[in-house]
Design a protein around this ligand. Structure first.
Ligand SMILES: Nc1ncnc2c1ncn2[C@@H]1O[C@H](COP(=O)(O)OP(=O)(O)OP(=O)(O)O)[C@@H](O)[C@H]1O
Ligand SMILES: [Mg+2]
Length: 241
């Protein structure tokens, strides 16, 4: 399938550090995130995955170094969306949550109803429109959050552990959505703890440890021939904080 060209890529981290007090939570990160299949971030708890996503998204300024989007330091584009690890829904219906996102993305009002139906359908929540969003299960809310993120028609979509609270069937459904979205030309940058999922969806894999990028490789290379002791240890389930 032809991929539409994605503006604003690559996202380049040039020796980016993020400090919190005296602690380095990202440590001189060099990383280029290019157009193409999903870029998947893996690493132990606390290794910096969420921080890296928030920094790439422009929500967290680097303490040092430089971040560029499509070669520009200034232009963090509007057409981006982040699905947080713990999404927060408005105390309204599922449909109203999506409508809110459509409105804030400037989608014409006369398109809202059709888009809401289509987005609910796309994430497997067909018929859930009138449910109170906060009463939905974790897995349902995660999928609703994905629909809400897609409502913004992002060119780059950041996903922080989008399947962490889902059962196997729901995980499969969300992975299908992610695959379809990526094939449609939206760049996916996503963290996961599920190595099987990384293998199924990447693209390229970025291994983080203590705020550093330990390894960045095409998925087949990463799993077949890890280049560092840390990567081998992580794949064996032995890399700890
Ligand atoms: N604002 C902050 N102030 C102080 N420390 C922070 C801040 N934000 C993150 N940290 C610390 O930075 C480290 C990296 O956190 P981050 O949430 O990026 O890790 P993660 O890889 O997403 O972990 P997890 O797999 O548990 O989600 C953690 O040790 C965290 O406690
Ligand atoms: Mg995290």
């Amino acid at each position: 399938m032809m991929r539409a060209p994605v503006a604003n890529l690559p996202i380049a981290f040039e020796e980016v550090s993020v400090e919190a007090g005296a602690r380095m939570i990202l440590d001189r990160v060099r990383l280029t995130i290019s157009a193409g299949p999903p870029t998947i971030l893996i690493g132990p708890n606390g290794s910096g995955k969420t921080t890296l996503l928030r920094t790439a998204m422009g929500l967290l300024p680097p303490s040092r170094g430089r971040l560029t989007w499509g070669g520009q330091e200034t232009g963090v584009p509007a057409k981006r969306a982040l699905l947080f690890q713990r999404p927060v829904m408005l105390r309204r219906s599922a449909a109203a949550n999506i409508r809110y996102a459509l409105r804030s993305a400037g989608i014409p009002r006369n398109e809202h109803n059709a888009r809401i139906e289509q987005l609910l359908d796309q994430v497997g929540l067909d018929g859930f429109g009138e449910r109170p969003a906060r009463r939905m299960s974790n897995g349902e809310q995660q999928r609703l959050a994905l629909a809400r993120a897609l409502a913004r028609e992002p060119t780059v979509l950041f996903l922080d552990e989008p399947t962490a609270s889902l059962d196997p069937a729901a995980t499969k459904a969300v992975e299908e959505v992610i695959r379809t979205v990526a094939e449609g030309g939206i760049k996916i940058v996503m963290s996961t703890h599920d190595l099987g999922e990384a293998r199924r969806l990447a693209g390229d894999v970025v291994l983080l440890h203590r705020g550093r990028v330990i390894e960045h490789a095409p998925v087949s290379v990463f799993f077949r021939a890890p280049q560092t002791p840390e990567a081998s240890a992580f794949l064996a389930g032995e890399l700890l904080l």
